[in-house]
Design a protein around this ligand. Sequence first.
Ligand SMILES: Nc1ncnc2c1ncn2[C@@H]1O[C@H](COP(=O)(O)OP(=O)(O)OP(=O)(O)O)[C@@H](O)[C@H]1O
Length: 292
Amino acid sequence: MSPVLVADNGSDVVELGPALSIFDPVYFGIDEFGQPKRVPLIERNILIGGEPGSGKSGLLNGIVAHAALSLDCRLMLLDGKRVELGQWRKCADVFVGPNIEQALKLLKRLQILMDRRYDYLEECERRKIIPGDVFTAILLAIDEIAYFSATVGTKQQKEEFNLLLRDLVARGRAIGLIVAAATQRPSSKIIDTDLRDLFAWRFAGRCTNDSSSDIVLGHGWVAKGWSANAISPNNPGAGLLIAENGSPELLKVAYLDDRTCAAIAAYAATLRATAATEKAVSRVLRSVPPAA
Ligand SMILES: Nc1ncnc2c1ncn2[C@@H]1O[C@H](COP(=O)(O)OP(=O)(O)OP(=O)(O)O)[C@@H](O)[C@H]1O
């Protein structure tokens, strides 16, 4: 955590409490040597795949917890099951449950926001978001992709969801949009090679077969001896993490139980509300003309 976050409201300096930054690497868990594994997520996306109960939500919750504690990041959550990410609702700008219309609306809004941010960057002759930028990063967390892309809605809605998601994953990195998406159905119908390759980080928890493992990590890793099917079903949270152009590494991800998630979410919500009030006060104070 950064030492202490300080907000200047024009006349006072207000201590808000320890916070993180989305520009800090995110703690994922430990590697096979017992060393902490921290992963930079800014300007990147992550795909999390694995069979039910393999520990995907654990990793996704850890990422959302980091983002919730980062006042330089907004949260937008898509949760087909409602309860996987539900505890973070109070820290999020948007929470969409099992509703394809709302999900499409959110992705379209993000696409517009992305285009506007690119207009801004072009105007300023810049290429990407930087720490302390005029616009904040956004974490779009999705649990579970297949619910929106293959289960609910009409054929047209599913196709639209897939197209929008692909565009956000492909173009969102430079403007600070991080997509963290989980699926318990790592099949080529849900994650085709093109979409998979757009994710800079991929985590495969235990998979039901070798081909699902290759769908998450990339084709050919099973042949080289890396299969998430070899992970024990009694070891949830264990999985293979791969970075683009990297090799898989074995991790055991950290697990935040419900009570811990609730406590972090409550703290993060207070932090965010206080920061928002301070910003509003600061804006008002700045608009008051100085006494003659
Ligand atoms: N890192 C971990 N360490 C220890 N136990 C874990 C870990 N991750 C998950 N578990 C245990 O496994 C259970 C299932 O984990 P989790 O809900 O994250 O799986 P999942 O892959 O998201 O499942 P689903 O696809 O059904 O949502 C948890 O309730 C917890 O008891």
